[in-house]
Design a protein around this ligand. Structure first.
Ligand SMILES: C[S@@+](CC[C@H](N)C(=O)[O-])C[C@H]1O[C@@H](n2cnc3c(N)ncnc32)[C@H](O)[C@@H]1O
Length: 311
């Protein structure tokens, strides 16, 4: 036999509703919305997000507005501050310490400051380091910038002291070897835009941006081990990387993100997540390979590689 339904007014919100008479909800005279809407008293151990924000931050593909400050434009290889804020909101709580071992002009430190986190940065290039220091002074950022090779991290930062790492590494000698104009001649045919390559960072031999690919990966591997040492157990690191091509040397695809994952695993991290950073709307489409038999994709995304130091 069907259960008996009764209409009533919700004791909490006053809405008209109904329920089966022998249910808990009927006894409490609560509508469907108010029933079960108890305050979540569980302690959020990772960040300061509500449950709804936690869900909204968990998309595996994300895009960020391509806004750039004058300093970021001068640097030429920065990620958007919105990207940095997003990661910091997810993987830290207010007061935590965020480190960027390749801090550039300080995007990570600025985002951390805006969110009430402390920050540490390492930058080898004196010009970028100075730009970062100026930002720290001007904005009153609670943090420290070390002008040094990231390899020397342990001389500046204590082991097991950092709550989160966000960084994007230099791309070995990509900036020098990549030929941004290799498809330029087809521009008139396809109404596409030219690529403007960022300038090389410096002439310093310790600058990973000046190294051959294999040497650069070895240097990043060394830095990754130091990163693992300075992080607290149970914390995360996000590395923002993009794959690329070296067509001048006949290499159609360089699996940079795969190499970074290998470096991280060798350093003791666990690969935890991969988020696609969709840049399609901010990248000019170029016609690659036409009309030969070489069809190439326009690489319009980066990877946000999420690693965790388990213990
Ligand atoms: C991809 S950029 C990072 C930009 C940064 N995310 C920002 O938004 O400003 C990489 C940076 O690493 C720096 N770098 C290269 N080799 C380094 C090393 N051995 N130690 C520390 N920094 C280094 C470069 O000068 C460059 O500024």
């Amino acid at each position: 036999m069907d259960q008996q339904k009764a209409k009533f007014i919700c004791s909490k919100c006053g809405a008209e509703t109904d329920a089966d008479v022998d249910t808990e909800r009927y006894k409490k005279r609560l509508c469907r919305n108010c029933f079960g809407k108890k305050k979540d008293t569980r302690v959020n151990q990772l960040n300061d997000l509500t449950g709804a924000e936690w869900a909204r931050h968990s998309k595996s593909i994300e895009s960020y507005p391509d806004t750039r400050t004058q300093n970021q434009k001068e640097h030429g290889a920065c990620f958007p501050k919105a990207l940095a804020r997003h990661q910091i909101e997810i993987y830290t709580q207010e007061g935590d310490v965020v480190l960027d071992p390749f801090v550039g002009v300080g995007t990570t430190m600025q985002a951390a400051h805006e969110l009430g986190r402390k920050s540490l940065g390492i930058e080898l290039n004196p010009r970028f380091a100075q730009m970062c220091r100026d930002e720290i002074a001007e904005k009153g950022i609670e943090g420290e910038l070390f002008e040094d090779d990231a390899e020397n991290m342990l001389a500046h930062i204590a082991r097991d002291s950092v709550d989160f790492i966000l960084t994007s590494p230099p791309y070995a000698n990509l900036l020098k070897t990549i030929n941004g104009n290799f498809a330029y001649k087809w521009r008139e045919l396809s109404e596409i835009n030219p690529i403007k390559n960022p300038a090389p960072y410096s002439l310093d031999g310790r600058d990973i941006g000046n190294m051959e690919y294999g040497e650069g990966i070895a240097a990043i591997s060394g830095v990754m081990k130091k990163c693992h040492a300075v992080q607290k157990a149970g914390t995360y690191a996000v590395w923002v990387v993009k794959d690329f091509r070296d067509l001048k040397r006949g290499v159609p695809y360089i699996d940079f993100h795969g190499d970074i994952i290998r470096c991280a695993e060798e350093a003791g991290y666990t690969l935890w997540d991969i988020r696609i950073y969709d840049q399609t709307n901010f990248r000019p489409l170029v016609c690659l390979g036409y009309p030969s038999r070489n069809f190439y994709l326009n690489i319009g995304h980066s990877y946000l590689l999420v690693f965790k130091k388990m213990r």
